[in-house]
Design a protein around this ligand. Structure first.
Ligand SMILES: [Zn+2]
Length: 487
């Protein structure tokens, strides 16, 4: 049994996307499935968790630079708290896991394992806010939440427990809460575009698909190579519904008591799912240099008579890279040949490989290979730190361009039910159609195709003409709906 066979990816991304994805996650060492009897749970391995940490660091610094502080609230929510905002109860009730016993004793009141934390954070915000001088109030927590969905496990995309951040803010006015909602949405879009090399569409969820109790839910959507959309992060303007349910009030400058306007916003490890799905290939994981745990692997290639010189030189290159702040690994294992090493590091998603053999030593050069497309470049040994940064930019640009091309080619227009169904069935991607705003006009698409309205653009007033009619029912159109299959 060849170990190369065990190591490599056997499924095809194009033909068997689901199995291929599961294989990449497992063989690149990102996650394992949870124990038997706990379907829907995964174990995140150090390599997977390192990617999550990189996302955390990026977002956390953005949040802190814009007035957010971290806090932590209990993972349990008393049932009576959850019931105070009726939309939350209705929205999450089928997915809530309950704690009924503490040790051997039955609890007087059941405790929900948080499916989201508005219901336990809002009552404390109510205590902390007294006057307009206490506003805006912005807290964020990094935690996990549990939603007991009975669906097939897909690591990072669909799990019962998932890691995320949830931000919660309170403001004096409706407009300030809207600015906050959009600030966070923009930060999510930047995370995707600047760290994960994934372009996103920004918009709002249709009214019937808002967060329970929200005035408006905004979303960033990312298109996967299989033509399905991922809801990649959401930011909610909650209006005053939570403030009214939980008494978050403040006295304004005239000493009048007013309800606060609140927001909440969350981004989960689904971002990792999108990252893996977007860039990886039939050789394994592909990561942008911005997030890769090892940005460069240096592989020395030697014969017995050249070994000392090659290893010496490779060691120096790796040291120089490390000194210039590059995350670099020198693979000088004796027991593996270069071909095996190439395959292994490709599987693990290291974006740039440097090969060093006797020729490179002799010519004072290095050979640089880009993981995404195998492009090979010969560069001078001197200024390797600077050279490698340019190569990182090129690799990033290649990954972004490929994802952008997929997105640009996958937004199509339709103006009848048949055309929406036909286009989605044939191509996937997004199908734009004028829409009246009524949920009933989503059903004729949802039932046969399991596609739904994933978002409507913000600039609807400008894009929907006066004479346009709903593609489904023929009434006046008020919005442009983006239909898509989704994760
Ligand atoms: Zn309609």
């Amino acid at each position: 049994m060849s170990s190369e066979q065990d190591l490599g990816i056997t499924e095809s991304k194009q033909h068997n996307t689901g199995e291929w994805y599961a294989e990449v996650v497992k063989k690149a060492g990102l996650a394992n499935y949870g124990p038997d009897g706990m379907s829907g749970f995964i174990v995140t391995r150090p390599r997977g968790y390192a990617l999550w940490e990189a996302i955390q660091q990026e977002l956390d610094s953005k949040f802190k630079a814009t007035g957010v502080q971290n806090a932590y609230f209990p993972m349990f929510i008393p049932e009576s708290y959850l019931e105070r905002e009726k939309d939350i109860v209705e929205g999450f009730d089928p997915e809530v896991a309950w704690v009924t016993h503490g040790g051997h004793d039955e609890l007087e009141e059941r405790l929900a394992v948080r499916p989201t934390s508005e219901s336990i954070i809002a009552p404390y915000m109510a205590q902390w806010v007294r006057s307009h001088r206490d506003l805006p109030l912005r807290v964020n927590q990094w935690c996990s939440v549990v939603r007991w969905e009975a669906t097939e496990t897909k690591p990072f995309f669909r799990t019962k427990e998932f890691l995320w951040q949830e931000g919660h803010t309170a403001h004096e006015t409706h407009d300030e809460a809207w600015d906050e909602t959009m600030t966070r949405l923009d930060q999510y879009a930047e995370l995707y575009e600047d760290l994960l090399a994934i372009p996103v569409l920004k918009g709002q969820k249709p009214g019937h698909d808002k967060f329970p109790g929200a005035h408006k839910t905004t979303t960033v959507e990312a298109l996967m190579p299989d033509g399905k959309s991922v809801q990649a992060g959401t930011s909610h303007h909650l209006g005053t519904s939570f403030a009214e349910a939980f008494d978050i009030t403040f006295s304004d400058e005239d000493e009048e008591t007013q309800p606060a306007h609140t927001t909440s916003w969350g981004l989960s490890w689904r971002a990792l799912g999108a990252l893996i799905m977007t860039h990886s290939d039939d050789q394994g994981l592909v990561l942008p240099p911005t997030i890769a745990p090892e940005q460069v692997v240096v592989v020395p290639i030697w014969q017995e008579d050249t070994k000392d010189d090659v290893l010496d030189y490779a060691d120096g290159v790796a040291d120089d890279l490390a000194d210039s702040g590059v995350r670099v690994e020198l693979d000088d294992r004796d027991e593996r040949n270069p071909g095996f090493k190439f395959n292994e590091w490709e599987l693990k998603g290291v974006p740039v490989r440097i090969e060093i053999g006797p020729h490179e030593v002799e010519d004072d050069e290095v050979t640089i290979i880009h993981r995404p497309d195998g492009e090979s470049i010969t560069a001078d040994r001197d200024d390797i730190g600077e050279t490698i940064q340019e190569q990182f930019d090129e690799v990033y640009a290649k990954l972004y361009a490929a994802a952008e091309e997929n997105l640009d080619d996958s937004v199509r227009d339709a103006d009848s039910r048949e055309e929406i169904l036909g286009t989605l069935g044939q191509h996937g991607g997004y199908v734009k159609a004028p829409w009246c705003g009524d949920e009933e006009c989503e059903d004729p698409i949802k039932e046969p195709l399991a596609a739904e309205i994933v978002m409507c653009p913000f600039d609807d007033e400008e894009t929907v003409g006066d004479d346009e009619t709903c593609a489904i029912c023929g009434d006046d159109a008020t919005q442009t709906a983006y239909f898509a299959k989704n994760y």
